[in-house]
Structure formats: C-alpha cells, structure tokens
Write a new protein. Structure first.
Length: 219
C-alpha cells in the first residue's frame, strides 16, 4: 500500500512500520483477509497495484503466484525491487495488456488516487474474464479510526477515505461483488494481545466496523 510521493527516508520508515508491534498485528490480519479474497495462488498471474515496498508481492510470490508490483513512488519501488518484479506507473493507466492478469489487488491505495473509479476500471481491464479483483480500503468509523484518529493526521486528513457503500457500488460495475470487514482492534487498544483475537472473532457479527474493508469482484 502506498500514499503520496515520499523519499528514501520516509519510504524506509513506512516499511519499518510493518515490523513494529501494531504493524505486525495489523499486517497479519490484513494479509489473511486479502489472501482469502484472492483464492488459490499457485501459477496465477497477479498485479499488486500501489505495491509500496513490495511486502504483499513477496508473499504472493512465495505462495506460487507470478506477481508484479506497480507503484508511482521511486523510493518505494527501490525497496520493492528487492522483493520482486516491479513497474513504475500510474494506477489510472496501467502498463498491462487487456486480460493479462488472473487477478489484481490493491491495498490502501484507492484512498490516495484522484479517481478511484478509474483505477478499479483499469484493474478490471487487465484482469481476465473469470478472474478476481480485490481492493481493500481503510475505515475511519472502525475502532482503529476512533481510537487512533487517523483522519486528523496526514495523509488521511485530506479526506481520502472511500465509504463501504461507494466501494461496493464501484465494484459492481465490473462483476459480482461482495465486501467484508477485518481488523477490529486498534493500535491504542489496551491489552491488545488478549483482546485482539476476541475482537477479530466477534467482529464478524459487525463487519462494517472493520478497519480493513475488502472488496472482492469476480470479473
């Protein structure tokens, strides 16, 4: 996942977030949700749009997929290139042929694009008929949003969040779409190790409160 253009130091700090306690916890939950949405991976061609430093791409490749990461930020891509094949490009205009991918995925990227609908349309264009499109966005109305207050700090303060209903409507333009929520804990939650698993289990009853909203489209 990525946001506005950064530089070498900010990109390194961004990448290091995944190794702090909250980053490890959140990334484990997020990765599980994305992999479930993508389905079987061996032998499939997958494009990770807004790949950031390539952490998801590395997981996809390690599980047998042929993955390419696409991002606009050169500093992010410098790190991502150590983890897999990358291409520098705008998500609104992907350098991929029609129907060339079995699946496309984007994680916490649509929030930072000028035209999310166009990005999803591009993802659908390069995904073969019968493939999958997976798009995950962040939810400020979740416990994470309430306790950590991301909407009050950059880059989230720019009002870039995409409501669940809007995301689902955009997905339905390209096929059968569904959406589910994950990540019901928050970084500032007391006793996270104890309460986190309980929240993830009970959160299935109120998927709208998940900090991680995952759209799956069968093209």
């Amino acid at each position: 996942m990525t946001g506005p253009a950064t530089g070498a130091a900010p990109a390194a700090r961004y990448d290091a977030w995944f190794d702090n306690p909250w980053g490890r916890y959140a990334w484990r939950i997020e990765t599980s949700a994305v992999l479930t949405a993508l389905g079987p991976l061996p032998g499939r061609r997958i494009a990770d749009i807004g790949c950031g430093t390539g952490r998801l791409q590395r997981i996809l490749t390690s599980r047998g997929a042929s993955a390419v990461g696409v991002d606009t930020d050169p500093a992010m891509l410098t790190l991502a290139a150590t983890r897999g094949t990358v291409a520098r490009a705008d998500a609104h205009r992907l350098p991929l042929a029609d129907g060339s991918m079995d699946a496309t995925v984007t994680v916490a990227t649509l929030e930072f694009t000028a035209d999310p609908a166009r990005v999803l349309a591009e993802m659908a264009r390069v995904t073969r008929p019968g493939g999958r499109l997976v798009a995950a966005v962040l939810n400020p109305a979740s416990p994470w949003g309430v306790l950590d207050r991301p909407a009050r700090r950059p880059p989230y303060s720019s009002g870039c969040f995409l409501p669940r209903e809007d995301l689902l409507a955009l997905g339905r333009r390209h096929g059968q779409a569904r959406i589910h929520g994950a990540l019901f804990a928050a970084a500032n939650l007391p006793a996270q190790r104890l309460l986190g698993p309980v929240l993830e289990a009970t959160g299935k009853l109120t998927p709208r409160l998940g900090a991680f909203q995952v759209l799956t489209v069968h093209t």
